[in-house]
Design a binder for this molecule. Structure first.
Ligand SMILES: Cc1cc2nc3c(=O)[nH]c(=O)nc-3n(C[C@H](O)[C@H](O)[C@H](O)COP(=O)(O)OP(=O)(O)OC[C@H]3O[C@@H](n4cnc5c(N)ncnc54)[C@H](O)[C@@H]3O)c2cc1C
Length: 381
């Protein structure tokens, strides 16, 4: 196959990729079963990664980050996908939570939290979804009502990535319950505040190493300085501005997952024999993989265009919605086809393709469902 290299890559990013690959081979791959069993990575995995510069790679150096760009995050997401891991919530921590702090936090908030997040001493989460509302974010019921110099937070959240491990949670809450989107603010809640409680680590179909959890807030008091930014009512706008990067992150993981699925399936079908020849010699295998390779390449080229636009600050909301729905949809289809070519072994958890199949499914749901993505695209037509 002709080699293809993304135009946004350079020597610095290649070096970061090598570093991540060797770290994952040593610290992640041998521990994946353990992480799946305990539903989270070990805490020292975060600090080891932080010490190597694998956290907050796109946060400026003055706040303890790597001083890189979204391309640095993309390389790390790709390498984690190629390790077939979804246990480590670093993409959310570095690519999403840290960026809310960077873009909207006060200088004090940035200095307080970003260096610790870059070092892995503090794990971040963002809590938007509630039992009663997911897609319809304007309808959140969690409240952060001002009482003197404090906000009093009440409500519950569910499906929160890094939920059982997070030390710092960005909570989407209404500071003005008489308003819809305009009443929403983002409030920082530290996990050691009285009244904050973690619920179950939820039992999921896939991504079993992820500590996706319920969170409860009962009269949790935080100082008004925990408002993200300086003005109430900006939360919905902040979410809308950051969701495109979250969706691009999901697309990066999906395309890298497709590439990884293709690679392991090519290897498997060339090694395993049936009826006296390699599985790869059957026309069905070749056609299935030819189609998967084509879709993967088309996805890669589109994704690379989105990454390049994002690096230039030109990625628009409908285009990233296209990338999110289409790549996640195709990733699921490629994973299913590749699993089928593994036969019964594809259904065994010891084969990474089985994990890719179960782990990919949710990508069509989170970060805004694919139906919501199509709504966004249709509005622009
Ligand atoms: C593993 C996992 C990790 C997650 N991590 C996080 C996290 O870290 N933080 C966080 O806040 N949330 C997180 N989520 C939540 C996720 O973002 C929501 O599940 C998602 O936004 C959908 O919301 P919902 O589940 O309430 O579904 P609903 O909004 O109830 O949707 C149900 C169905 O109705 C459809 N639908 C809804 N509205 C429309 C419409 N207007 N037009 C057409 N169809 C519509 C949806 O597309 C979907 O098919 C996570 C979820 C999972 C499963």
């Amino acid at each position: 196959m002709t080699t293809y290299r993304s135009a946004w890559l350079d020597d610095d990013l290649d070096a970061l990729r090598e570093l991540a690959r060797s770290f994952f081979a040593k610290e992640l791959t041998p521990n994946i079963d353990k992480f799946i069993e305990q539903h989270h990575v070990d805490r020292d995995f975060w600090t080891k990664a932080g010490a190597l510069g694998l956290l907050c790679a796109s946060i400026p150096e003055e706040y303890g980050g790597g001083g890189g760009t979204f391309a640095h995050e993309a390389v790390l997401i790709e390498e984690q996908a190629k390790a077939f891991d979804t246990s480590w919530g670093a993409t959310l921590h570095s690519g999403i939570v840290a960026h809310y702090l960077l873009h909207y936090g006060t200088e004090e908030q940035k200095r307080q939290w970003l260096p610790k997040m870059a070092g892995g001493e503090v794990v971040g989460a963002i809590a938007m979804t509630e039992p009663g509302t997911g897609s319809d974010l304007q309808n959140v019921k969690t409240k952060a009502i001002r009482d003197g110099d404090e906000y009093v937070v009440n409500g519950s959240k569910t499906f929160i990535t890094n939920g059982s491990q997070a030390d710092l949670i960005i909570v989407v809450a209404k500071t003005d319950t008489s308003e819809g989107a305009g009443g929403i603010s983002l409030v920082l809640v530290e996990a050691d505040r009285p009244g904050f409680r973690r619920g179950r680590v939820l039992d999921k179909v896939g991504q079993k190493g992820q500590d996706t959890s319920e969170l409860f807030f009962e009269d949790v008091r935080v100082p008004v300085s925990n408002l993200l930014g300086t003005q109430e009512g900006q939360g919905f706008v902040q979410l809308m501005q950051q969701l495109p990067q979250e969706r691009l992150i999901i697309a990066v993981g999906s395309v890298a997952g497709m590439e990884a699925a293709l690679e392991v399936t090519l290897r498997y079908t060339k090694e395993r024999h049936a009826f006296g020849k390699p599985l790869f010699a059957f026309q069905n295998t070749k056609f299935t993989l030819a189609e998967a390779a084509t879709e993967t390449r088309v996805a890669r080229v589109f994704l690379d265009d989105c990454i390049a636009r994002h690096l230039r600050g030109e990625l628009d909301i409908p285009t990233v919605a296209m990338a999110k729905w289409w790549t996640t949809d195709r990733a699921m289809s490629v994973a299913d086809d590749c699993l089928q070519l593994h036969g019964g072994y594809g259904y065994m958890t010891e084969y990474p393709i089985s994990r890719m199949w179960t782990d990919s499914r949710v990508q069509k749901i989170y970060g805004g469902t694919n139906e919501i993505m199509k709504e966004i695209i249709a509005r622009s037509l």
